[in-house]
Design a protein. Sequence first.
Length: 94
Amino acid sequence: MSRTESFEQKERYEKSYQNFKERYTDLLNSEDISRILNEDKEFDADIKYIKKKIKSYTILWIMVLAMITIFIAIYFLNEKMDEITTVMDNFPNL
């Protein structure tokens, strides 16, 4: 899942939660809604969890990309070293 998609889902969840709260303003006052929803503690915990997951996946992707870059660099340098060694073997007086 991409970061953009994760941020979109987080935003969608936040809007959905706000719509849910607004839906009951005709029946309940804001204090009752706040009490029923436990002062938004579950919502805040869910948002914190989503942010943590986005951060974890971002770090994982950075690590994977770094490892791929290092592997390619090592492979490239190894190939160049083989070429240099071959040239040096052909000219022993250098």
